[in-house]
Design a binder for this molecule. Structure first.
Ligand code: CP
Length: 288
């Protein structure tokens, strides 16, 4: 049985195998994991990742424990380690974990149950990266030579950090853009105007206020005008280019309300693909 902590551990071929399996699930694969018990341990809020893992697990016929931190013994001071060790001691078959700490899984190294990382701090979000890749591949049937600009709060984004690492080695050209205070100097920068004209994929990111020590210097209206995606800007994109966003979206901040479901947007297709990618990850956990 295999954990999935980071896509760094996987070769390009293994990533493509997960995407191929996800496509088979989308086409109606009848693969099942009937006797397996999985616990979803989300120590940080989540809608898409938590509940699409839940849907994927149900579709695979698994038995699911959904942990609620607010009504657990965390409130009595129990540690993160002891909470996970407790679930492992129940004899369950896998845990899906999201936590605010980068590489939270290092302290769980001696716990024998397979861990599926559902997002760690600002570092990585492997299942999100896989669903982003699936959505891009469905559109363009290749990764090689595609241009993507990730725009917004890069510094605090596990999606940006995780996606760029893998997209680069699959042959994509990755650029970042947005307010200076949220940029990460390690990535090539592109101005918004150039990104709109040159990119195949424009990925907008939420301003992650909950991770900032200081309040954003711009108002929401200023942010939308300067760095957000409005319909006026969508009209400047290449005719084949698509819009992505890991969501949740802040409508009227990084993306205008009418852009969220415009024809170029794949935001809800990303969410849809999330279920199939997570079925594929669960299959890998028990068959590799
Ligand atoms: N994209 C994403 O991780 O969303 P949630 O925080 O709702 O899971």
């Amino acid at each position: 049985m295999k954990s999935l902590l980071s896509l760094d551990e996987l070769s390009n071929e293994e990533i493509m195998e997960i995407l191929n399996d996800a496509q088979e699930f989308k086409q109606g694969s009848s693969f099942q994991l009937k006797d397996k018990i999985v616990a979803n341990l989300f120590f940080e809020p989540s809608t898409r990742t938590h509940y699409s893992f839940n849907v994927a697990e149900e579709k695979l016929g698994m038995k699911v424990l959904n942990f609620d931190p607010s009504s657990s013994s965390l409130a009595k001071g129990e540690s993160f380690y002891d909470t996970v060790k407790t679930f492992a001691s129940f004899g369950i078959d896998a845990v899906v974990i999201r936590h605010t700490k980068n590489r939270y899984y290092d302290e769980l190294a001696h716990i024998s149950v397979p861990i599926i990382n559902a997002g760690d701090g600002t570092k990585d979000h492997p299942s999100q990266t896989l669903l982003d890749l699936m959505t891009i591949y469905e559109e363009f049937h290749t990764f090689k030579g595609l241009n993507i600009a990730i725009i917004g709060d890069i510094r605090y984004s596990r999606v940006a950090h995780g996606d760029i690492q893998v997209m680069k080695r699959l042959g994509m050209n990755c650029y970042t853009s947005g307010p200076e205070e949220y940029q990460d100097a390690i990535y090539p920068h592109i101005h918004m105007e150039e990104a709109l004209k040159e990119m195949d994929v424009i990925m907008m990111l939420r301003v992650q206020n909950e991770r900032h020590e200081e309040k954003m210097s711009l108002s929401n209206e200023e942010y939308l005008q300067q760095y957000g995606l409005t319909m006026e800007k969508v009209y400047q994109m290449k005719s084949h280019a698509i819009i992505m966003h890991p969501a949740p979206v802040n409508r009227g901040v990084e993306i205008a309300d009418e852009v969220v479901e415009c024809p170029q947007s794949r935001i809800f297709e990303q969410i849809h693909n999330g279920v199939f990618v997570r079925e594929s990850i669960l299959k890998r956990t028990f068959t590799k």
